[in-house]
Ligand binder design. Structure first.
Ligand code: ZN
Length: 214
């Protein structure tokens, strides 16, 4: 079993390097808006959280989040020895606030766990960029405005309850990101593929396990 696991880890390491999107326009040098052709389509089980051992879940947890909308970034230890560190938790609740509605709300600790686990998992493959949060908590007014603007937002979205986030990670294909989050079996995962230079995003929530493409 150990050998098999070692082998699996090794092959993950080898293939993970191929997941980086080499042509993503980091400095505005993209030739055109559609770089979809250069994105790889990885096998769905390439990143599988079920290979994690119990140690992974027991270690202190540091989360590194950025809000492109406001330019804020927080990198903090927020969980240790089974306990949430309150000051850090409050700061992450603030970061995950409704940036437009200027209002924050308690964020489901399980959502923070999913964000952290995702980040900690891919960090094992040398990907250490902050996780970009496009949307966290939403006020009903903000959610309604998104709907009116034709941006995908469910009427009873879990964003309204502080139980959902829309995220991406620089250079990581959103399909890989979504498949990884799905493998944690923690809740819903929505795949939002977009052809823009920044690509799409992944919706993750702590509701029922389900997946969709939007
Ligand atoms: Zn969402």
């Amino acid at each position: 079993m150990q050998n098999r696991r070692q082998f699996f880890k090794k092959s993950l390491l080898l293939t993970a390097s191929g997941l980086l999107i080499g042509s993503r326009p980091l400095s505005g040098l993209a030739q055109d808006g559609d770089n979809k052709a250069s994105k790889l389509t990885p096998p769905p089980d390439l990143f599988d959280a079920q290979v994690l051992d119990v140690d992974f879940w027991l270690k202190p947890r540091t989360l590194d989040l950025i809000r492109p909308a406001s330019g804020e970034r927080i990198k903090l230890l927020y969980w240790k020895d089974g306990d949430m560190l309150d000051s850090a938790y409050q700061q992450f609740c603030h970061l995950l606030r409704d940036v437009n509605g200027k209002k924050s709300a308690p964020i489901d600790p399980k959502l923070l766990e999913t964000l952290w686990a995702t980040q900690a998992f891919i960090a094992r493959f040398g990907m250490t960029k902050p996780l970009e949060v496009l949307s966290g908590y939403r006020t009903p007014e903000s959610n309604q405005r998104l709907r009116e603007e034709g941006i995908p937002a469910a009427r009873k979205s879990l964003h309204l309850e502080g139980r959902a986030a829309d995220i991406r990670i620089g250079d990581l294909h959103e399909e890989v990101l979504g498949e990884l989050i799905q493998s944690f079996k923690q809740g819903g995962v929505g795949f939002y593929f977009r052809a823009s230079s920044k690509g799409g995003w992944i919706h993750t929530d702590t509701g029922l396990q389900r997946t969709w493409t939007g």
